[in-house]
Design a protein around this ligand. Structure first.
Ligand code: GAP
Length: 459
């Protein structure tokens, strides 16, 4: 069953328009009519995306002993893509309409006719979705390089480098985030399927025979990551791939799917890549990809479990799930209930008026908070309008400075979700906000603080 939030309130049209109006996401090269399948993140969108990536990095690299981070190059020796099987296999079945000549990915079609004009379609042919370019000044076959379609290969070819320099033992992982490029036959649903996008993925190297256990472990862990960051559990579902749909490198794959406005679709794939990639690279390069297990004294090529998530799809899911429209007096309040770790702006400082003495005081508060949080200073329009604007940006806390602040040296903190307010000494602002952003209840007050306004009483 579709939830009201996802199916009822948020549509892609509303989201695209709000994202453009508030500076989350714009079409790429907009002044020239755009470029299909490419998007630009605006001032708040860039913060949101950074926060999604930072939350992932913290949980995968920072908070674990067994996974290290890397940042490998986008362009790689073409032999990598030959050995990995991408040059031969990284293809989608393409059909073309004989009437209007639009091209479609055959997998996406439910009927054997053109979705646009109903025309007859050509036979399927395979279309390799890797982008090609040339390295150096001569455009010849020997100079062909590919824009990586996944970041994984950079980690496979560095397996021994990462292992030897960190002196880790198996199970051991390498993680990275970065751009990937696919010349998709069709793009769409906003940032869901684009030609340039970002991936955050890691390769978890394990002893053969323990791969199924680790696969199950990572499916569970990755599903829970989205829930911890605020996605409603009912909007997430696991989907196990049937054998005929598996990528050329995978023995098994389970997707974490999300109930996007266009329906259930893949957010992240967890694949058991076996020893396929390391063996391919070992055979093609002549370099050993074996691991010596000094406990059992065995040599073996590790198996790999790979959780691979789309950054942009995660951003889209967090946007959809956080979006809400709430009745508020005679109006509708549009608000993003982002998890505090993901909210692009953490705190907004709002002086009640632009009068000079108040502005000096408020700027002072702003410069105190700015080094600790992404903070916005806004002194335009009525305070009500400014609260609404911050709600649409998903800012968890607004700090209001009024004329009484000049006398009692206190400021009001307004919470986005409940719209409740507390009044706290300016000297306690920073620590109070830090505590609230880490999950402390708004009504836990610092010394000298008081409840200022309680919008919705618990019944
Ligand atoms: N290394 C494995 C790999 O790349 P994938 O399932 O092809 O696996 C990983 O891609 C993730 O990247 C997907 O789960 C999806 O979230 C995201 N993704 C794939 N193609 C995309 C596209 N064209 N636009 C946006 N995100 C995409």
């Amino acid at each position: 069953m579709m939830s009201e939030n996802v199916a009822g309130k948020v549509t892609l049209e509303k989201l695209v328009s709000l994202c453009q109006r508030r500076g989350f996401i714009f079409p790429s090269s907009d002044i020239y009519g755009g470029l299909s399948g490419c998007w630009d993140y605006g001032p708040v969108g860039a913060e949101l995306k950074r926060n999604v990536k930072a939350a992932w990095w913290r949980s995968i690299v920072q908070e674990r002993d067994d996974i290290v981070g890397m940042d490998t190059s986008i362009l790689m020796n073409s032999k990598v893509w030959e050995a990995s099987g991408h040059v031969t296999n990284f293809s989608d079945p393409l059909v073309e309409c004989k009437n209007c000549h639009l091209r479609w990915k055959a997998d996406d079609l439910t009927e054997n006719k053109c979705p646009s004009c109903g025309g007859e379609l050509t036979e399927e042919r395979l279309f390799n979705t890797m982008f090609k370019t040339f390295i150096g000044p001569v455009e010849e076959d020997a100079a062909v390089v590919y824009l990586r379609p996944e970041t994984a290969q950079g980690m496979f070819v560095n397996f021994q480098n990462a292992l030897n320099t960190t002196r880790k033992r198996l199970p051991f992982g390498i993680a990275q985030q970065g751009k990937a490029f696919r010349n998709e036959i069709t793009t769409g649903n906003f940032i869901f399927r684009s030609r340039e996008f970002e991936i955050m993925e890691f390769e978890y190297f394990v002893k053969p025979g323990t791969d199924e256990k680790w696969f199950d472990y990572w499916v569970e862990e990755r599903l829970n990551w989205y829930v911890k960051l605020g996605i409603n559990k009912e909007h997430l579902k696991l989907n196990q791939h049937p054998e005929e749909k598996l990528a050329h490198y995978a023995r098994s794959c389970t997707d974490v799917t999300y109930l996007f406005p266009h329906g259930w679709a893949e957010l992240e794939g967890i694949a058991n890549r076996t020893d396929f990639d390391l063996k391919q690279h070992s055979a093609a390069s002549g370099k050993s990809m074996e691991y010596f297990d000094d406990e059992t004294k065995e040599h073996y090529v590790p198996y790999i479990v790979e959780p691979s998530a789309g950054v942009d799809r995660a951003v889209l899911a967090f946007l959809c799930d956080a979006y809400d429209e709430e009745p508020d007096k005679d109006e509708i309040r549009v608000v993003f209930h982002f998890h505090p770790d993901l909210a692009p702006i953490k705190v907004a400082v709002l002086p009640l008026s632009r009068k000079e003495n108040l502005a000096v005081f408020a700027k002072d508060v702003y410069t105190t908070l700015r080094p600790c949080f992404i903070t916005q200073y806004d002194d335009t329009q009525s305070i009500g309008r400014r609260y609404r604007r911050q709600d649409e940006l998903g800012t968890p806390y607004c700090v209001t400075i009024d004329f009484q602040s000049l006398e009692d040296n206190m400021a009001t903190i307004r919470e986005r979700d409940s719209m409740n307010q507390i009044r706290v000494p300016v000297s306690a602002l920073k620590n109070t906000l830090l505590a609230k952003l880490s999950g402390e209840d708004l009504f836990v007050l610092p010394e000298g603080g008081k409840i200022w306004k309680e919008e919705k009483k618990e019944s």
